[in-house]
Design a protein around this ligand. Structure first.
Ligand SMILES: [Zn+2]
Ligand SMILES: [Zn+2]
Length: 146
């Protein structure tokens, strides 16, 4: 009786079926490996801890799924780009400037805000150029700032 069942099973599981099943197992294994590599790489790029996330990703499929739910929302390179944008904007503001009191755009040489009259810079007592309040010496004529 049991030999008959084994016979039927052996007939059922032909070499083609076996190869097909092996193929499915191989594909699942490859997806599993890729999911681990993806989690490690992605967590590294997002500034998370790739070792901890790599260990979590070892839990088949659940680990990678948990990571995709909990991963930090922004890529590190995106963040760098945003920082760069911010720095560029700030540099532009330093070039042209903005009144600290009312936010009106002012130019480098302005001593006063044309809108609200706030003193923006000191005037050099020797050459009359606009000096930043934290400058100790006039860079145009070398006169020390009092
Ligand atoms: Zn102003
Ligand atoms: Zn000067």
């Amino acid at each position: 009786m049991s030999e008959q069942i084994v016979d039927i099973l052996q007939q059922l599981i032909s070499p083609e079926v076996k190869a097909f099943l092996m193929g499915i197992v191989a594909i699942i294994a490859i997806f599993y490996l890729i999911s681990i590599i993806w989690v490690i790489r992605d967590s590294y790029l997002r500034g998370a801890n790739p070792i901890i996330w790599g260990i979590i990703a070892l839990i088949p499929f659940v680990g990678a799924f948990a990571y995709s739910m909990l991963r930090p929302p922004m890529l590190l390179s995106d963040r760098d780009e945003q920082d760069l944008d911010f720095t560029l904007k700030q540099r532009e503001l330093m070039k042209y400037g903005e009144c600290g009191k009312c936010g009106y755009p002012v130019e480098r040489e302005y001593l006063m805000c044309p809108r609200c009259g706030t003193q923006l810079k000191n005037e050099c007592r020797s050459c009359g150029k606009a000096l930043n309040p934290d400058w100790k010496v006039c860079p145009y004529c070398c006169t020390p700032v009092r």
